[in-house]
Write a protein that binds this ligand. Structure first.
Ligand SMILES: Nc1ncnc2c1ncn2[C@@H]1O[C@H](COP(=O)(O)OP(=O)(O)OP(=O)(O)O)[C@@H](O)[C@H]1O
Length: 576
């Protein structure tokens, strides 16, 4: 029998990544609410002041009372000013706290996103992270103030009712008009917010692609194509933004007109009530002021409606991203302190998301600790995929990848990768010094160890001569260095700290034969007792390994001791 609960779990209305940081600032938000309450009450005082002045002071020429009342009002205004300032300050503080926490959570999620579950291009993901800004804008400042003011509409209406009786019907009639206009425009605004955001993400996508590959774009003359894509993305973005603003303006104008109508309506009806002696002139003045106050928060909401829909769309997109599978699972994951270096593939089949064919098919493989394996095969045969799977970058579609006898899915990949040195095909460096690029802020790696690997990989040969060479700041992704130099740095950061498992994918592709030979000679000793996987097309690198696998069409075609396999591969095919 299934152990699953029969009662479906109710999904929380809002996601934890947003609600938890907001709840953490609960006390600040309560202060904001209290300030809003007092500010709204002070607003009533101003209207009542006008009423008293018109009804009591003017007819009796009671200047002493006027002075006393005005002093009272001034005191209230001073408090009002202080509270408004405090309210804005508290909202900003809470907004900044929430923004920091939400930003941290989303960035962490971005870094731990499972590659097999990743959706959207690099540019779209960049744009998505920017969408957090619109959420932040929404949660901070003006928006919250306007929303908090809404419940006070009822208090204002109560006061109007107390002073002017049925006069209260005038602003009450206006409320459904404003709300109705909001409700009518909401679906259109919501739809437009979605398309504004999508077109924005498309723009970001073209931009990132163009900037990231500027050199290639020039060389292959792709500028006209990208220019065309950029123009299309900009046009559609501008078009949907324009429509969004038009619809939003409609709601705002209805609210503004309703506010004026409420004012005029109160005056007109009030005149008749005064004639019937149901209302005083002061009462009318107070009611007309209060009438404006009653409708005003709705106007602000109408103004915010487009931002509200924008924020909702951003929330949904970010939430969808936050719900994608991550390398960090909820369960307790194993965090190894060290690795023996036993790597096992059990019946592993893998297909890239959206691909038509399996990249790896039914792989069974045991790499013992200290074993050094070279992986050969034609292009696209699945060599790099095998290396990526050993690093836990992708989870098998079927079967198990195990390290030291434990399923990789049950291990904390950050801890595992601490003991694995990897250099993949692309030597992507980070902005910063060469030293930073080799050490990468890892604990326990000193300058001595950095220099040791730098000498080994040849980095010292080109950095050692320059004064402060290791502190040389590298530009974006290591620009300013040759491909081979970048590769040497990438190899250094993989070897530093002597990790027990090494995974190299074409580690010498950017090097000349002489540099490669020197490197191989030095690596032979360095890698002696490690578990090593080297993906390569170069026979020279096979000097480093004692076992060779040949991958063909996603399957292991040949597996054996290096010399045996090489002999088989170089033997002329016997005629059938
Ligand atoms: N990110 C990806 N998404 C979809 N398919 C992919 C992806 N990366 C690789 N593939 C496909 O998986 C198959 C194996 O690719 P892999 O990179 O492992 O080949 P390889 O043997 O390392 O090739 P090369 O020698 O050219 O590096 C190929 O058919 C390739 O088209």
């Amino acid at each position: 029998m299934s152990t699953e609960s029969l009662v479906p779990e109710r999904k929380p209305r809002f996601a934890a990544w947003l609600v938890e940081p907001m709840l953490a600032n609960k006390s600040t938000y309560m202060k904001v609410g209290l300030a809003a309450l007092l500010i709204n009450l002070f607003g009533l005082v101003t209207s009542l002041y006008s009423m008293t002045v018109y009804d009591r002071v003017v007819p009796n020429n009671a200047t002493t009372s006027l002075v006393a009342l005005t002093i009272g009002l001034l005191i209230v205004l001073v408090f009002d000013f202080i509270l408004r300032t405090l309210r804005a300050y508290f909202i900003d503080i809470a907004g900044a706290n929430v923004d920091r926490e939400v930003g941290q959570r989303t960035f962490q999620r971005l870094l731990s996103i499972r590659l097999d579950a990743r959706r959207g291009s690099t540019g779209q993901l960049t744009g998505l992270m920017r969408e957090l800004e619109s959420l932040r804008d929404f949660l901070a400042s003006a928006t919250m103030t306007a929303i908090i003011d809404v419940p006070f509409i009822f208090i204002t209406l109560l006061v109007i009712g107390a002073i002017g009786g049925w006069l209260v019907m005038v602003p009450i009639v206006m409320i459904p008009i404003v709300v109705g206009a909001g409700l009518l425009t909401y679906p259109a605004l919501d739809r437009l917010a979605g398309s504004v955001m999508n077109h924005g993400l498309n723009k970001s996508s073209v931009l990132v692609e163009a900037i990231g590959g500027l050199e290639t774009v020039k060389v292959i003359n792709a500028a006209p194509l990208l220019q065309k894509r950029w123009l299309e993305a900009t046009d559609s973005h501008a078009d949907s933004s324009l429509r969004q603003r038009l619809v939003a303006t409609l709601g705002v104008n209805v609210a503004a007109t309703a506010q004026s109508l409420s004012y005029a309506g109160i005056i007109v009806v009030g005149v008749f009530l005064i004639a019937d002696r149901h209302l005083t002139t002061g009462g009318l003045i107070a009611c007309s002021l209060l009438g404006g106050r009653a409708v005003q928060p709705l106007g602000s909401i109408a103004q915010l409606l487009s931002r509200l829909t924008g924020a909702r769309t951003a929330y949904q997109q970010v939430n969808a991203f936050m719900s994608q599978p991550s390398e960090i699972s909820e369960s307790d994951q194993l965090k190894p302190n060290k690795l023996q270096g036993l790597i096992e593939f059990r019946n592993v089949t893998f297909r890239y998301p959206g691909a038509k064919q399996d990249a790896l098919k039914d792989i069974n493989l045991v790499i013992k600790p200290g074993e050094r394996v070279g992986i050969l095969g034609r292009i696209g045969s699945g060599k790099s995929t095998l290396a990526r799977m050993a690093l836990g970058l992708y989870q098998p579609t079927d079967g198990l990848v195990m390290i030291d006898g434990t399923d990789l899915r049950q291990m904390d990949l950050v801890s595992v990768r601490r003991h694995v040195g990897a250099a993949l095909q692309e030597s992507v460096l980070l902005t910063g010094s060469i030293r930073e690029n080799i050490i990468l802020g890892r604990d326990g790696i000193d300058d001595e160890e950095m220099l040791r690997v730098a000498r080994l990989t040849g980095v010292h040969d080109f950095v050692g001569q320059i004064a402060n060479g290791y502190d040389l700041k590298l530009a974006d992704r290591g620009e300013g260095l040759s491909g081979g130099q970048r590769q040497s740095i990438a190899l250094s950061r993989a070897l530093v700290g002597r990790p027990s498992v090494i995974v190299f994918d074409e580690p010498t592709s950017g090097m000349d034969m002489q540099s490669e030979e020197i490197l191989i000679a030095r690596l032979a000793e360095e890698l002696a007792d490690r578990t090593v996987i080297v993906v390569t097309h170069r026979p020279s690198l096979l000097k480093l390994v004692n076992r060779v696998l040949v991958i063909q069409d996603g399957r292991i075609a040949v597996d054996g001791p290096r010399d045996d396999v090489l002999r088989r591969l170089t033997q002329p095919q016997r005629a059938a």
